[in-house]
Design a protein around this ligand. Structure first.
Ligand code: GDD
Ligand code: MG
Length: 370
């Protein structure tokens, strides 16, 4: 069975993490998100994945090749210009021959795809949309259904006064290729504001598939940290790579841990991580490959990508640190702080409350201090 994954978005909300790395390539527990997604599709019976990309196609090709390493056939198709969600699939329509899955490329879910497919087939649906409940539907596509599951209303990014249900479009669709007769070729066209409303006017059966599976759109910084916490505490089915060193502590290769360091899981340590004397690592935390955590540094609830050097006595809490950064002695990165790549943050700085540091920034000692 084939799947199209939409990965064309720019990921602006996740900047500075997406300044150098396309959103689907940012790591989730040390593995590019899209790679994990493809493995999940493979494990659920999908044999061929078409990635609809808009830019940086070579980055995807370098990372995924033809998919043989992952055990699926991968095609990377670049759009001539942004075609919108439905237009992107229309652009690869010639590659589709049968019932097809379509995925938004920024959603982490453990939805049971075969159960959804059985639901789609049992109802003779032409297009089935996975639905998930959320607290605030205004950032999503609201979907109303009738008692039999048929979709009766679709409203993208509703105003607060238009919210009539907490069920939203979860970004997973099953469709029959014939529905693309409604999508104009060579144009920007969206499922959400184009095809879905059109199919409400036609008599084509379109169903919602409600589910309580784990679901998050990882496209926002806070969600990116939370999703790591959810994975590490086991809220979502997610296989860890690497070997278990202790209670909920995994290492993905060789690591060096000073005997006086204190480690409290859940923790994932990448290959080549070094942890100094009296350092404290408290989960849920992910430390990327080749990071050095110096003596007496303290890290809690943080996500570090690869190659970071964390100075002695630094304190990192609920923050994200991109690639190859130098964090000076006794510097504090707190509460949603995001550091891009290749930054040098001098000693005794204090960054907090969602501060975002762009790639390549250099901060002197005590530039932003207590
Ligand atoms: N190839 C391609 N071309 N992909 C695109 C394009 C495009 O022109 N535009 C968006 N995408 C991809 C994005 O990369 C992302 O993976 C997916 O389509 C959805 O786009 P987002 O920009 O993340 O949309 P959203 O999160 O605001 O809303 C969408 O997802 C929600 C669930 O997370 C909508 O589908 C909502 O209805 C839905 O509730
Ligand atoms: Mg999104």
């Amino acid at each position: 069975m084939k799947a199209v994954v939409l990965v064309g978005g720019l990921g602006t909300r996740l900047r500075p993490l997406t300044c150098n790395t396309p959103k689907p390539m940012i790591p989730l527990v040390n593995q590019p998100f899209i790679e994990r997604m493809i493995e999940n599709l493979r494990d659920q019976g999908i044999t061929e994945v078409i990635l609809a990309v808009q830019y940086l196609a070579d980055r995807f090709r370098d990372a995924l090749g033809d998919g043989s390493r992952l055990g699926v056939k991968v095609h990377i198709i670049e759009e001539p210009e942004p075609r919108g969600t439905a237009g992107a699939v229309k652009n690869v329509e010639h590659m589709l021959d049968d019932t097809t899955f379509v995925f938004n490329g920024d959603v982490l879910t453990d939805l049971d795809l075969q159960a959804m497919l059985a639901y789609h087939r049992a109802r003779g649906s032409k297009l089935t949309i996975a639905l998930t409940p959320v607290e605030d539907p205004t950032a999503f596509g609201l979907v109303e259904t009738l008692a039999d599951g048929r979709i009766s209303r679709f409203l993208e990014k509703p105003r607060p006064e238009d919210v009539t249900t907490n069920m939203i479009n979860a970004g997973t669709y099953i469709l029959e290729p014939e529905v693309f007769k409604y999508v104009p070729p060579g144009q920007f066209y969206m499922f959400e504001r184009g095809l879905f409303p059109v199919m409400l006017q036609t008599s084509d059966p379109m169903f919602g598939y409600p589910s309580h599976a784990y679901w998050t759109d990882v496209g926002k910084p806070q969600a990116y940290i939370e999703v790591h916490h959810d994975i590490l505490i086991g809220k979502v089915k997610y296989p860890f790579k690497g070997k278990q060193l202790g209670d909920r502590i995994w290492a993905e290769g060789e690591v060096q841990i000073h005997p006086s360091a204190q480690l409290v899981g859940p923790l994932v340590l990448g290959h080549g991580v070094t942890i100094g004397a009296d350092a404290k690592l408290i989960g849920p935390t992910v430390v990327g490959p080749h990071c050095t955590i110096s003596a007496e540094a303290s890290i809690e609830g943080a996500v570090l990508w690869d190659g970071n050097d964390i100075g002695p006595g630094a304190v990192l809490r609920s923050c994200v640190v991109g690639r190859n950064n130098r964090i000076g002695p006794k510097t504090h990165l707190l509460d949603g702080t995001i550091v891009g790549d290749d930054c040098t943050i001098g000693g005794e700085n204090r960054l907090e409350r969602g501060v975002r540091i762009w790639p390549g920034t250099e901060l002197k000692d005590q530039a932003i201090s207590f």
